[in-house]
Design a protein around this ligand. Structure first.
Ligand SMILES: Nc1nc2c(c(=O)[nH]1)N[C@H]1C(S)=C(S)[C@@H](COP(=O)(O)OP(=O)(O)OC[C@H]3O[C@@H](n4cnc5c(=O)[nH]c(N)nc54)[C@H](O)[C@@H]3O)O[C@H]1N2
Ligand SMILES: Nc1nc2c(c(=O)[nH]1)N[C@H]1C(S)=C(S)[C@@H](COP(=O)(O)OP(=O)(O)OC[C@H]3O[C@@H](n4cnc5c(=O)[nH]c(N)nc54)[C@H](O)[C@@H]3O)O[C@H]1N2
Ligand code: SF4
Ligand SMILES: [Mo]
Length: 695
């Protein structure tokens, strides 16, 4: 037999690396970096090769499962889809449309079928009980984009290839490979900043992999970012370093006023960063022509995530680094979601309604995950009776996992669209498994919109899907047809089914700013480089008078909460990511989990000593919500007073079918994190800064 090579894109993180997949018959022989990909240039991380492990994983489901007493039976697609549609329609008829809830997880963003078909079908359910990983992640960035730039999708990205000062706040791109900053080989790109004489400065409660390579690392207290940024803004005003350049912006006076009480000394107390360091950071930012402050998940998923995400964008604007080369810039994606946002109802909105039980704010048509359990548990009009989970594992990914688990068990009906029988899907009545990443075509519709260069790449499937299998989009087309038009369902299914995401993609490319076509992309299997980011303001703004809103009211109103906040006594917990892992679902690959255990507690030597903890001993980490046990790793990479536990572990639950992951179960940090700890402004879960006791 002769091996053939296919070119594709890795879908496992946001870096969108090009891969060359060598195939012999129906087996993958090797996965290498695609040297000819103009963006990733041959780079891949260890996860890239795991694409093959996922594809060949014997635990991966290939046919629908229907719950049968205590077990499962395999079923045909028609039977499973008919059952799902019948149950959802019954529940909707009996209890109304809000009785059906939806949770969409992270792989949605890496899947063209889910970005198109699933959004259309799920939105037409008309339920207010829409949930997703957004409220465990980038919601504060999206809220700031909406408030400041007039569209929730207008999140600017650091122009990392041209900046000379990269201030990294609450991100660890050397482990995560970058987020809302699509940038393959970010390690190389950061090194290049240093090679051209620039600097990388990291502020993080842990001396991370990124911090190790940086020119400077400063410990910052979890949740201290808003105070730090206000302190820096205070200095920028006090030293008359404001430089808006050509930006038309409103709210400069309000911002000055907001920062006036935040002297560097006060910000130092709240952030743990020394006042002189705050001054130096502000001056460096203001005096370096090509500089950027990049804030990511550590900035978002904390008690003051809304404020911190706003201030990250605001300080870039104030110092002349918004929409400027080397600063924080807007992309020009070939498939541009921004003009499509309004017709698709995705332009965003905030607090247009609130959740039924505890009044948490809607954002972009979704409620925060922290409201999901109570909306299932609490009787009354609008109570959730049925749940659709799609590419998500909230039992491990959302705070209060055990409570969610109990809530899911009470549902009248649950369906999971997911390739694995895992901690969440084992609670469903039906599982509809989609094809693997190597069996479907790919275009990074979401991530290319947050890319540090404008690029476009389409890849056709490496393997044809078997007749017994369905793509995510086919599952949604079939469900949509069954749910909406019972009489014409075969017809609708055929029409939608014929179209496929390719037709949508081709249309989107043709009307997009680069006037591409699918044909053009098919002829360039390694992808097309469409050039560096370009200034896009004011044209791209969605605000009324095309000005940047520097001081939106919602943030000014939230400042007193920050001013009142007191630093917690005792230990607080943060998370961490590992290069060989991805949220909760890559632990079933032997080659990714081998080696020493990774689900460990990191603790500073002094904190370990006062608690009598030895390296390698088992620690108990407890909050008012729950406790877990895991091995101790003592390290001065931790800020004193802060401990770190990775998320996505806690496998080995009864009924899951994950033969490798169950041998390295670890414990779930989200058993300990209090789901009620949220950023009360935005509704985002405060994953970081949880007070804990360690013994
Ligand atoms: N404590 C703590 N919790 C966290 C975080 C943290 O930092 N700390 N991070 C949060 C963040 S940023 C995120 S994004 C969330 C992630 O939270 P989730 O998205 O809920 O969880 P994942 O682990 O990504 O689970 C992905 C699921 O999708 C399935 N899947 C994979 N590929 C596909 C596909 O192509 N189609 C379909 N239909 N299914 C697929 C997998 O089998 C798995 O069940 O976790 C959040 N939770
Ligand atoms: N290998 C791998 N890659 C991934 C993922 C994965 O699980 N594994 N997940 C993907 C997903 S879903 C996402 S959203 C991205 C996230 O990408 P990143 O934002 O880069 O995520 P992290 O690596 O968790 O980095 C967050 C950093 O914030 C720090 N931190 C915690 N609390 C605070 C705080 O209050 N203030 C500050 N300043 N820092 C704080 C943490 O110590 C951590 O180093 O990564 C993606 N890529
Ligand atoms: S960096 Fe991300 S996209 Fe690139 S190979 Fe690794 S997991 Fe895949
Ligand atoms: Mo995420």
């Amino acid at each position: 037999m002769t091996a053939t090579t296919h070119y594709a894109t890795c879908t496992l993180c946001e870096a969108t690396c090009g891969v060359a997949v060598e195939v012999d018959g129906d087996r993958v022989v090797s996965v290498r970096g695609d040297e000819a990909d103009p963006f990733s240039k041959g780079y891949i991380c260890p996860k890239g090769t795991a694409l093959a492990d996922l594809h060949h994983d014997p635990d991966r489901l290939r046919r629908p499962l229907i719950r049968d007493g205590a077990g499962w039976r395999e079923a045909g697609w028609d039977e499973a889809l008919d059952l799902v549609a019948r149950r959802l329609k019954e529940i909707r008829a009996a209890h109304g449309k809000h009785a059906i809830a939806v949770y969409q997880g992270n792989p949605t963003a890496h899947n063209l079928g889910l970005l198109t078909y699933a959004q259309v079908v799920l939105r037409t359910l008309g339920t207010r009980n829409m949930y997703s990983a957004t409220s465990l992640d980038q919601l504060p960035h999206m809220l700031a984009a909406l408030q400041m730039f007039g569209n929730q999708l207008l999140m600017p990205v650091p122009d990392v290839d041209r900046c000379d000062l990269f201030i990294c706040l609450g991100a660890n791109p050397l482990a995560s490979n970058g987020s809302i900053m699509t940038a393959p080989d970010i390690k190389g790109r950061l090194k290049a900043i240093q090679a051209r004489g620039g600097r990388v400065i990291v502020l993080d409660p842990r001396r991370t992999e990124t911090a190790e390579k940086a020119d400077r690392h400063l410990f910052i207290r979890p949740g201290g970012d808003a105070a730090l940024l206000l302190g820096m803004i205070h200095v920028v005003f006090a030293e008359q370093r404001v430089k808006l350049g050509r930006l038309a912006a409103r709210g400069v006076d309000e911002l000055r006023e907001a920062a006036s009480v935040w002297t560097p000394e006060r910000a130092a107390v709240a952030s743990g960063v020394a006042a002189d360091e705050i001054r130096e950071l502000a001056r460096a930012l203001a005096t370096t022509r090509r500089a950027v402050v990049y804030g990511r998940i550590g900035v978002c998923t904390q008690e003051f995530g809304g404020l911190a995400a706003w201030l990250c964008y605001a300080i870039n604007a104030l110092t002349g680094h918004l929409d400027e080369p080397g600063g924080l810039m807007f992309t020009t994606p070939a498939l541009d979601p921004v003009p499509l946002a309004r017709p698709l109802g995705l332009e965003g909105g905030f607090a247009r309604w609130r959740s039924r039980v505890s009044g948490k704010p809607e954002f972009g048509g979704e409620l925060p995950v922290s409201a999901l359990a109570e909306e299932i548990e609490t009787a009354g009009d609008g109570q959730i009776r049925a749940l659709i989970t799609s590419a998500g594992n909230p039992v491990l990914s959302a705070p209060g996992g055990p409570r969610l688990e109990r809530a899911f068990e009470r549902l009248d009906f649950m369906v999971a669209i997911d390739p694995y029988l895992n901690e969440t899907t084992r609670l469903a009545h039906v599982i509809l498994p989609p094809t693997s990443s190597l069996e479907r075509s790919h275009y990074d519709a979401a991530l290319a919109a947050f890319s540090v260069r404008n690029v476009a790449k389409y890849s056709s499937p490496v393997f044809a899907r078997g007749p017994e299998q369905r793509h995510d989009w086919e599952i949604y087309a079939a469900l949509g047809a069954r749910l909406r038009l019972p009489l014409g369902k075969r017809l609708v299914e055929r029409v939608l089914g014929r179209l496929g995401p390719e037709a949508i993609l081709d249309f989107g490319l043709r009307i997009g700013p680069h006037r591409l076509t699918l044909k053009r992309l098919r002829a360039a299997p390694h992808g097309l480089d469409l050039g560096p980011l370009e200034p896009r303001l004011p044209g791209r703004l969605g605000t009324r008078d095309k000005t940047v809103e520097l001081a939106p009211r919602i943030y000014l109103d939230d400042l007193p909460r920050l001013e009142r906040a007191a630093a917690p006594q005792g230990l607080v917990m943060i998370g961490r990511r590992h290069l060989r892992s991805n949220n909760s679902w890559l632990h079933n690959s032997e080659r990714l989990v081998k080696g020493p255990p990774r689900c460990t507690l990191l603790i500073h030597p002094e904190d370990a000593r006062t608690r009598g903890l030895a390296d390698g001993a088992t620690a108990r980490v407890a909050s008012t919500r729950g406790a877990i046990e895991l091995p101790v790793e003592i390290t001065d990479a931790m800020m004193p007073g802060v401990v770190s536990v990775p998320h996505g572990w806690g496998h080995g639950k009864k009924g899951a079918r994950l033969s490798v992951a169950s041998t390295v179960p670890g414990a779930s940090i989200n058993d300990v994190i209090d789901p009620e700890r949220i950023d009360t402004l935005s509704g985002t879960s405060a994953l970081s800064g949880q007070p804990v006791e360690v013994s």
